[in-house]
Design a protein around this ligand. Structure first.
Ligand SMILES: NC(=O)C1=CN([C@@H]2O[C@H](COP(=O)(O)OP(=O)(O)OC[C@H]3O[C@@H](n4cnc5c(N)ncnc54)[C@H](OP(=O)(O)O)[C@@H]3O)[C@@H](O)[C@H]2O)C=CC1
Ligand SMILES: O=C(O)C1=N[C@H](C(=O)O)C[C@H](O)C1
Length: 269
């Protein structure tokens, strides 16, 4: 029989954290041993949200070190904010606790520091800007298409409570496209932006446009253009449950890892 995987979730009052707590609590072989919150130290999970009334015994911590030392998880999942995620993940890896990080907005320098720590300590760490299978396939299909359609723009659309722009998924999509076609200037060589931002953010020549509206969850279009045709690859998350299968996969995968992996596309070969 497989051993139970003990898990801590950081960000349990957040949109993703709530969905993740539900997933962990209802997945056979997973045990939620603690949650790490910004507030509510010393309380129980059922006291901070009635949604979790059936999980009365789960302790809430605000100090990562105490949380990890007292409850000894096998895997630490972070779904918070970039600065918190950076600090939490370094702490987890220093404690020898494997990490699965979904929080977006970490800088390249922060990611490099986390990678160095995970690899040096030989502790598994998976960071993914998008855990949904459809989004990972969208990124892979976009990389394939770029070989034949080098001109591309990305439109990412999210709920209006999202703090980071452009989204982690759109940045990773652009980077995967760049692996195939390299950096290049698109559009007219003398193009001028009459209003700042009109042509979006530029990732090595790929324009990325961010839309934030109530009613949306997480959506992205990758539009390729060529003579007389366009190809649009679109993905839509209509429910945060779409990310949970990937987090479950990442938790199982990180148990067998002794190094850093960025992106679910590197696990789903
Ligand atoms: N990889 C993926 O597949 C996905 C990634 N994301 C990313 O996940 C992150 C969370 O998204 P979402 O749930 O929508 O955001 P929310 O704002 O709904 O939730 C973030 C939560 O983190 C809490 N938090 C902030 N600082 C700390 C801290 N130091 N310790 C513990 N908790 C803290 C916040 O508490 P408070 O409000 O009190 O500050 C809040 O409850 C974002 O970076 C988002 O981009 C989202 C969807 C999918
Ligand atoms: O904040 C969100 O909601 C999401 N964030 C991730 C990102 O920045 O790409 C993943 C998904 O798009 C939802």
């Amino acid at each position: 029989m497989e051993e139970t995987i003990k898990i801590t979730v950081a960000g349990p009052r957040g949109k993703m954290g709530k969905a993740c707590v539900e997933m962990v609590a209802s997945t056979p072989g997973f045990q939620l041993v603690s949650v790490l919150d910004r507030i509510n130290d010393g309380k129980r999970l059922n006291e901070i949200d009635p949604q979790f009334s059936r999980l009365p015994g789960v302790p809430v911590f605000t100090e990562p070190e105490k949380c990890l030392a007292d409850t000894k998880p096998d895997v630490f999942i972070d779904l918070t904010r970039p600065e918190a995620a950076f600090s939490h993940t370094r702490t987890a890896l220093s404690f020898g606790v494997r990490a699965v990080v979904g929080t977006t907005g970490l800088t390249d320098d922060q990611l490099a520091e986390i990678k160095a720590l995970a690899d040096r300590n030989a502790v598994g760490c998976i960071i993914a800007p998008n855990f949904s299978l459809g989004a990972v396939l969208m990124m892979k299909f976009a990389r394939m298409a770029a070989k034949f359609f080098p001109d591309v723009e990305i439109i990412e659309l999210h709920h209006d409570q999202k703090r980071d722009a452009p989204s982690g998924t759109s940045i990773q999509t652009a980077r995967m496209i760049l692996e195939e076609r390299g950096a290049k200037k698109q559009g007219h060589p003398e193009e001028k932006e009459l209003m700042a931002g009109a042509r979006g953010a530029q990732i090595s020549g790929i324009p990325v446009h961010s839309v934030r509206l109530p009613g949306l969850i997480a959506h992205q279009e990758v539009i390729f253009g060529s003579r007389g045709e366009t190809l649009t690859i679109r993905h839509d998350s209509y429910d945060r449950k779409s990310f949970m299968r990937g987090i479950e996969t990442a938790v199982r995968a990180v148990m067998a890892l002794d190094r850093y992996v960025y992106g679910m596309e590197n696990l789903l070969q």
